[in-house]
Write a protein that binds this ligand. Structure first.
Ligand SMILES: [Zn+2]
Length: 672
């Protein structure tokens, strides 16, 4: 009997897939791929696109198709067996991935393909080769022996130091608890949090409540706890995690930070960059460190006055000078008193089915595509629907939606690729994706009611999905969202969010679940007004984090390393309005940049937001449903994936480079 995971002739056979299929299937594909790679590299023929690049892309594609349902099911099913199978197979994939990315013969074969590319080669094929060569270079594959060995050793050390950093943050947070015996100290906190804290106290044989230092608890205390002392205590715990100011010096990340910065700098030098910031930008849309720094400073210069006004207004509202642990709290209170839009009131207008219909109608209007449900496709859960996307009768691809929260399902909202578009050597695979959310499950009448935040989330993820589905690129490594620079990949998703703030779109997405009436105008107006509350302060906060990250990585000097706290203090002097006490150790728990993939890349959030707002600006100028503008956006941005220089693509769409004006306007900042 054939392993159903290995059947890639059509959609995954979700009704037949079992955890025990995973290891044999992954082993088989990797084994086949290895054999095929050996054959390709020893064939003796001159490598070109058809003879080398296409088969390599196809091998990756096959592995992706077999792996995708596995990684998907382990995150949405909450099944121990699926997780276990996933965990067992993961090292095989990592090993195989490293093997490929470090394969010198393969790298040389790509060099030869690049050298022999015919002058009339397509932009996409040129790009597929360039990307592969770039990635080999960034992984140190083309270095001389000694340098290559050193590069590898650095990567190993760096991986360990980064993992150690993250463990310190986590262990320090886990060890931190705050026992509370006086109920008055907990006023304002949500019920769910209190019952969990009471339960934690019981488990620890304590009276009262025990607060822990996870993000949801921290966030709820900062926003809702009426007791100022409690907010301050929680703040102090949070901002000293993993530092010399924390409760135990064994979790101090000071040395790890120094080491990580030094190793990154050295590795960057080895592959020919002056700084890690330059290394990071080699795969991003932004060209130079100066460009990123100037971008952040420009945003800052425009936002500061608006943020000062917001802070003054907030301080007046609070009637007392605000400390770092007061701002989020008073902002919540301010929003309630000023705008009083309740999520529950809004929810009544947004049944999930109506929102979906409105969203799909919008996609049809903009891009002329039809989305129809296909009830015959087998899925992994009764909540799941499969939609086929067509244009003038031609199938472009399809996607699954899995919208509601349930036990064991990973939290949050995301999309993932099930199948990536590929059209090489006569073989065509159409794109298929998963769109996953965690909305409130349907009530006893079978209706799931969404908040407006949920609606925005759905539009965001659907924007990613269109990027994946509407691609016209034939090489999977650069089709859809693949190969798109990190600082631009959120452009299509954040762009779509804007439509969820249009009254016209929302009326089509809403209908009161009892009275069958669309969202009333006055409710929308309140919602829109609340969009800007605290927006400039939030903007400054993101700029502070981005600039700190970027200066740290661009100005690093191994002969005279500047203490990170000094860099932070300078950035805060320049950017921040909220004063933090001396014990604040933001860097020591800044996992995004010291343990995650955002090193010299935290600015990407703002960068992509600017692109999305500026792109939407083109729609506002022409009318947000303007067909020609939508066609252009689709052709120049959504269809090209990573096959084109993204700034060139953007200019082809917009007629000019992006400016920050649209984002500032959207944030409620006066730019006149
Ligand atoms: Zn996103």
């Amino acid at each position: 009997m054939i392993n159903p995971l290995l059947d890639t002739s059509s959609l995954p056979r979700f009704d037949e897939l079992r955890p025990e299929h995973v290891l044999p299937a992954i082993r088989k594909v990797i084994e086949d791929n290895r054999a095929q790679l050996d054959e390709l590299l020893s064939s003796g023929t001159t490598p070109d696109i058809d003879a080398l690049v296409a088969p390599i892309e196809h091998m990756d594609h096959e592995l992706g198709r077999v792996w995708s349902p596995v990684s998907h099911l382990q995150s949405v099913l909450g099944s121990k067996d699926w997780r276990e199978a996933y965990k067992q197979a993961l090292p095989l994939l990592t090993e195989y991935g490293t093997e490929l990315s470090q394969n010198v013969d393969l790298q040389r074969a790509y060099v030869e393909v690049g050298r022999n590319l015919p002058v009339d080669a397509s932009e996409a094929s040129r790009c597929a080769v360039d990307h592969a060569l770039r990635d080999f270079h960034l992984a140190g594959v083309d270095l001389e022996k000694a340098a290559k060995d050193r590069f590898k050793a650095i990567m190993q050390e760096l991986a360990e130091a980064q993992a150690g950093f993250e463990h310190n943050v986590q262990d320090a947070a886990d060890a931190w608890t705050l026992p509370i015996t006086d109920a008055d100290n907990l006023l304002g906190l949500p019920e769910a949090l209190l019952s969990r804290a009471a339960e934690d106290a019981r488990k620890a044989s304590l009276d009262g409540w025990l607060l822990s230092l996870d993000f949801p608890t921290y966030d709820a205390v900062m926003k809702h706890a009426d007791a100022r002392d409690l907010r301050e205590a929680m703040y102090r715990g949070w901002v000293t995690r993993g530092s010399d100011q924390g409760r135990d010096p064994k979790w101090d990340n000071s040395a790890a930070i120094k080491k990580i910065l030094a190793l990154r700098h050295e590795a960057s030098n080895l592959v020919g960059f002056d700084s890690y910031a330059e290394y990071s930008l080699a795969t991003k849309m932004a060209d130079t460190p100066d460009q990123v720094i100037a971008f952040l400073r420009e945003l800052c210069a425009h936002s500061r006055k608006a943020a000062e006004q917001e802070l003054a207004e907030l301080t007046e509202f609070a009637g007392t000078p605000l400390e770092a642990w007061d701002v989020a709290y008073w902002l919540e209170k301010f929003k309630q008193s000023r705008y009083s839009v309740s999520n529950e009131e809004l929810r009544a207008y947004f049944p999930a089915a109506t929102v979906n219909e409105g969203l799909f109608a919008l996609a049809s209007q903009l891009y002329g595509i039809e989305l129809t449900v296909d009830p015959d496709v087998t899925t992994w859960h009764d909540d799941v629907r499969y939609f086929t996307v067509r244009q003038n009768g031609e199938v472009l691809g399809g996607f699954y939606t899995d919208l509601y929260a349930r036990n064991g399902k990973r939290a949050g909202a995301w999309i993932d690729e099930c199948i990536t578009r590929q059209k090489l050597n006569g073989y065509l695979a159409l794109p298929v994706g998963y769109l996953v959310c965690n909305f409130q499950p349907p009530n006893d009448k079978g209706v799931s009611l969404l908040t407006h935040d949920d609606v925005v989330t759905l539009f965001h993820e659907f924007g990613h999905m269109l990027h994946h589905l509407l691609t016209r690129v034939d090489f999977p490594s650069i089709s859809g969202i693949n190969g798109v620079p990190w600082d631009a990949v959120e452009l299509p998703s954040q762009f779509m969010e804007n439509f969820a703030w249009s009254y016209e779109v929302l009326t089509r997405c809403s209908s009161h679940h009892e009275y069958d009436r669309p969202l009333p105008r006055d409710l929308f107006d309140k919602l829109e007004a609340s969009r800007h509350a605290g927006a400039a302060l939030a903007m400054l906060r993101q700029i502070e984090l981005s600039l700190f990250d970027f200066l740290l990585h661009s100005q690093y000097n191994p002969d005279a390393p500047v203490p990170v706290l000094e860099v932070l203090a300078e950035v805060r002097d320049e950017v921040a309005l909220i004063k933090h006490p001396d014990i604040n150790r933001l860097p020591h728990a800044f996992s995004h940049i010291f343990a995650g993939g955002y090193a010299a890349g935290y600015y990407s959030y703002k960068w992509a937001e600017v692109l999305a707002a500026d792109a939407f600006g083109a729609f506002e100028e022409a009318g947000i449903f303007d067909e020609a503008t939508a066609q252009r956006f689709r052709r120049e941005i959504l269809e090209v994936g990573g096959s084109r220089d993204i700034m060139q693509a953007y200019v082809a769409f917009r007629g000019r480079e992006p400016t920050v004006d649209a984002l500032l306007r959207q944030t409620g900042i006066d730019i006149s």
